[in-house]
Design a binder for this molecule. Structure first.
Ligand SMILES: [Fe+2]
Length: 377
């Protein structure tokens, strides 16, 4: 899906968060935005029925934040979204859906840990800005279908200012790409410890999404399974339920002869201190046996440890996206499965899935190639 958002004679000050698209479960999408002051809005969509419902529902109540269900974006179709706020000012979002043809590649942006740095928030902000700028430049020359974020979107999930800072920079890529994000531990900070974090849910999940934080997306080329590795915030029953869900979804995909890419925040392997933490050990003990058994998971995408690293065990590639904001961690621990590490460098990756292989290209803030790796399928 290629999404192109163009602004037409509207004031920049109209939106606190400019319109962006969230993927929710089973590829159903939502158009979200936040205004500076409460106002009535009207949207224009391809689906006249959906448009009528949304406009009827939002006719009388002035709101600041809108999250409008726009339905499943179908493949090989062009979508136009217009948001008109009380005055004549408006914003237009145009999307071209992902390829229907499974022989055509699907390409997505992989980014993680856009959070700021506790002791130096400006440095984290600048780091995200440098990566967002590089991605924006890259999107001028390459068609990318959507963005996958491995969590720790912000440093303190319960702080609204952190989210506004994130969107102020992320709009550089979210103006073209719908987003799906995994929950990071920082996304829980300053939030009610019970249930999923409220602010993360507000901006990056739909009402219909699982309270466990999971989302399953299916494309003709591959399935994407986003799951929650913040085990401290889940009950034993919820953890068990999630592992059963992962196994079930992978086995269903296997019947269709499809591969599944897993996305979560915490990694299984790392050359940083993260290699020996409780959550990492838990993942190695409980998740790996499942994905090794099902046999159709070629790639696991994670973040959290702020060091870009590719590990490989039993034919599965574990890619840690490094950091696009968070402080760099020293890599002084022994990771027996490590194949490639980059220290102290902000990075982002483009993941291209075709029938034959998955091609990962990782770039730095100057858009110089850091690593290229192909997984044969
Ligand atoms: Fe984290």
């Amino acid at each position: 899906m290629i999404l192109c958002l163009s602004s037409l004679s509207f004031s920049q000050s109209l939106f606190q968060v400019e319109p962006y698209i969230i993927f929710s479960k089973n590829n159903v999408s939502h158009l979200a935005f936040e205004l500076n002051t409460p106002a009535l809005v009207k949207v224009k969509l391809n689906s006249k029925l959906r448009q009528g419902l949304i406009n009827l529902k939002n006719r009388f109540e002035k709101k600041k934040f809108y999250k409008l269900k726009i339905g499943k974006l179908r493949c090989d179709k062009t979508y136009n979204f217009e948001v008109k706020v009380e005055s004549e000012q408006y914003h237009k979002v145009q999307t071209i859906s992902h390829p229907c043809d499974e022989t055509k590649p699907l390409k997505f942006l992989f980014i993680t840990d856009t959070q700021s740095i506790k002791t130096n928030p400006r440095r984290g902000y600048k780091r995200h800005k440098s990566i967002a700028t590089a991605v924006m430049e890259k999107l001028k020359e390459e068609d990318v279908n959507f963005a996958v974020h491995a969590g720790d979107v912000v440093s303190k999930g319960g702080n609204p200012k952190h989210w506004l800072d994130f969107f102020e920079l992320a709009k550089m890529y979210l103006e073209k790409l719908p987003i799906i994000a995994a929950l990071g531990n920082h996304d829980y900070q300053a939030e009610d410890p019970e249930g999923n974090p409220k602010t993360f849910n507000k901006y990056l999940r739909a009402k219909r999404d699982s309270l466990l934080g999971n989302v399953f997306l299916s494309f003709p080329q591959v399935d994407l399974l986003i799951h929650n590795t913040n085990y401290d915030h889940l009950t034993k029953k919820e953890i068990k339920k999630q592992f059963s869900w992962i196994e079930k979804k992978c086995l269903q995909a296997k019947v269709e002869n499809k591969k599944v890419i897993l996305v979560s925040h915490h990694p299984a392997f790392s050359s940083t201190f993260g290699h020996i933490t409780k959550d990492t050990k838990y993942i190695r003990k409980n998740l790996l046996p499942i994905i090794e058994k099902v046999g159709n998971v070629p790639l696991v995408l994670t973040g959290h440890v702020h060091t870009y690293e590719r590990s490989e065990k039993d034919g599965i590639v574990y890619l840690n996206g490094g950091s696009s904001g968070g402080i760099f961690n020293p890599s002084r621990y022994k990771n027996p499965y490590s194949k490639f590490v980059v220290r102290s460098k902000p990075t982002y990756s483009l993941v291209e899935v075709s029938q034959m292989d998955i091609l990962i290209k990782t770039f730095d803030k100057k858009n110089e190639l850091v690593e290229e790796h192909k997984i044969e399928l």
